[in-house]
Design a protein around this ligand. Structure first.
Ligand SMILES: Nc1ncnc2c1ncn2[C@@H]1O[C@H](COP(=O)(O)OP(=O)(O)OP(=O)(O)O)[C@@H](O)[C@H]1O
Ligand code: SF4
Ligand SMILES: [Mg+2]
Length: 299
């Protein structure tokens, strides 16, 4: 259970020569759920998309670092070798299921495409096995349907099946339930978690939602303005946060026993990458900031 499958080391990403992430490092172990949490614009998605090398070309550049996945640095693989990793060893689930689906192709054809690497005689069995685990009732009808005939929740369950079909060891889920109706978010998230567990896939869960991270993650990394502020076991990060940004982020989260007066929004907004300097990037919003935080990052 504890062998490492992914090690992101000192990863810096730049768009048009402006660095948006700065020496990001974290490790994910086999079968683990690892949440990358932070406000909008902190660099969660670009970090996640760098792993399967899905950043837009040529505007995005890797300015530094390594991405070691199953023992290989993905940044050094040829396009052909990367093709064998992306989609097969690493599955992706995005916020909008329609991003992953072809609107004019049938669901059956798209699921069959996801299991094309299997011997022909095993493909339908594998699809039906995944559909059952994803609680997609009436598989025959669904296989004959088109995306526009399905609800958002069903589409995301189908995308989850497609992501897990090749038995990847890592699933990257970027805000997988944010676009869904609130009443089905938990059910779809449960499905994603259960499928990952039963297929022994680790998950990199990108979320701005502390409740989601608390409920599902084994480990949490908190990201702020392109850097990892804090990383550790989920319970430690949530119960005894060390970094002022993590504390501030958790102060905004409603919880049992908290009143409205207890919720303290973080003043201001995340610094734009063009304004990053050598000082602490949180200093304009931090209640503990001192003058020296402009040149000496102590947290
Ligand atoms: N294609 C792009 N071109 C230029 N800058 C980009 C591009 N994509 C992202 N960025 C910038 O990179 C930074 C990090 O963006 P990213 O999308 O990773 O944030 P995020 O943490 O995923 O936010 P959200 O929670 O809103 O999805 C932002 O400053 C963003 O403007
Ligand atoms: S370095 Fe200073 S500004 Fe930054 S988080 Fe720590 S106390 Fe706050
Ligand atoms: Mg994002």
């Amino acid at each position: 259970m504890n062998s490492e499958i992914l090690s992101v080391r000192n990863l810096s990403i730049a768009f048009d020569n402006i660095r948006v992430t700065d020496r990001v490092s974290f490790n994910i172990s086999n079968g683990e759920i690892f949440a990358l949490m932070g406000e909008s614009g902190c660099g969660k998605s670009v970090t996640a998309m760098a792993i399967p090398r899905l950043l837009p070309y040529p505007s995005a550049k890797i300015a530094s670092g390594e991405i070691i996945f199953e023992g290989k640095n993905l940044l050094e693989l040829s396009a052909k070798d990367m093709y064998k990793v992306r989609g097969k060893r690493i599955g992706c689930v995005f916020q909008e299921p329609m991003q992953a689906l072809n609107p004019v192709a049938g669901i059956g054809a798209q699921l069959l495409e996801a299991v094309r690497f299997l011997p022909k005689e095993n493909r339908l069995k594998r699809i039906k096995e995944l559909m059952a685990k994803a609680e997609l009732k009436d598989p025959e009808r669904i296989l004959k349907s088109y995306p526009h005939e399905m609800s958002g929740g069903m589409l995301q369950r189908i995308v989850i099946c497609m992501a897990l079909a090749p038995k990847p060891s890592l699933v990257i889920a970027d805000e997988p339930t944010t676009a869904l109706d609130a009443n089905i978010q938990t059910a779809v998230m449960d499905t994603l978690k259960n499928l990952c567990k039963s297929e022994n896939a680790a998950m990199l869960l990108i979320t701005h939602n502390a409740h989601l991270a608390a409920k599902y993650a084994d480990k949490i990394a908190v990201m702020y303005a392109g850097k990892i502020a804090e990383c550790g076991n989920a319970t430690d990060v949530l119960n005894t946060p060390k970094h002022p940004y993590t504390k501030a982020l958790l102060n905004v989260v409603p919880a049992k026993g908290k009143t409205l007066a207890d919720l303290k929004p973080i003043p201001g907004s995340v610094l734009s990458p063009k304004d990053f300097d050598d000082g602490c990037r949180f200093r304009f919003r931090c209640e503990f900031a001192k003058e020296e935080c402009a040149y000496d990052i102590k947290c």
